[in-house]
Ligand binder design. Sequence first.
Ligand SMILES: C[S@@+](CC[C@H](N)C(=O)[O-])C[C@H]1O[C@@H](n2cnc3c(N)ncnc32)[C@H](O)[C@@H]1O
Length: 244
Amino acid sequence: MTGSASNSEAAIWHDVECGSYAADLPVWDGLADGCGDPIVELGAGTGRLAIHLARRGHRVIGLDSDPVLIEALDERAAGLPVTPLLADARGFELPEPVALILAPMQLVQMLADRDERLTCLDSVAAQLLPGGRFAAAMVEGMPEPEEGEPLLPDVREVDGWVYSSLPLEASVGPDHITVHRLRQQVSPSGELTDMPDQVTICTMTADDLEAEAAEVGLVPIERLYIDPTDDHVGSTVVVLGEEA
Ligand SMILES: C[S@@+](CC[C@H](N)C(=O)[O-])C[C@H]1O[C@@H](n2cnc3c(N)ncnc32)[C@H](O)[C@@H]1O
């Protein structure tokens, strides 16, 4: 394997589990085209969405708290109007006010609790241009697994190594949803390594987020919907703006 950030383990697993997701792109395209630039993506990762928007002509600031992913974004976005920004969504400062802030793939639910979400929403409200919008994708529940329909792993091959991530189950509680996955790595010589992995997000609804946002002066503008796919549950996109 090469030593570039794009080929780091963190970037590869990110690509395996998120890289091919495209069902949400029409929603972000519509908002981006309607609001103007610059656009901020919170939790931009290696740039699945930021690079997509930049290729469509938008100027994008991709914010993420993981330095390896930000370095990978910097490498992959070379020549495109993307500014990688190493910062935490739980309180951040932008180089300039922006027209649109996006939080795809349940970023707001990855924040640990209401206090963390409020510091994030406060930063959002402080840095939106007049008429600007904040749009956050949320999972409001998990579907029951279908009998006899085994889930398939997401798989990628990089430099002779095979990376596979199989969703196993999701446990839904009153406060948290935990998605369990089995990550498997096969070396070029055929050695298999199993690495159980889990992601926990907060259980919450679009109503909950709109109520929290009201505390920092952001009001509901609309809700948009992203259909489920074979690999991903459907999402509600809560769109917020400043009080008139
Ligand atoms: C599921 S990935 C989504 C990546 C990308 N937005 C996409 O749609 O393909 C979530 C990303 O959020 C980032 N993240 C999680 N918590 C964060 C925080 N508090 N501040 C900034 N980034 C965060 C992670 O490092 C990861 O890159």
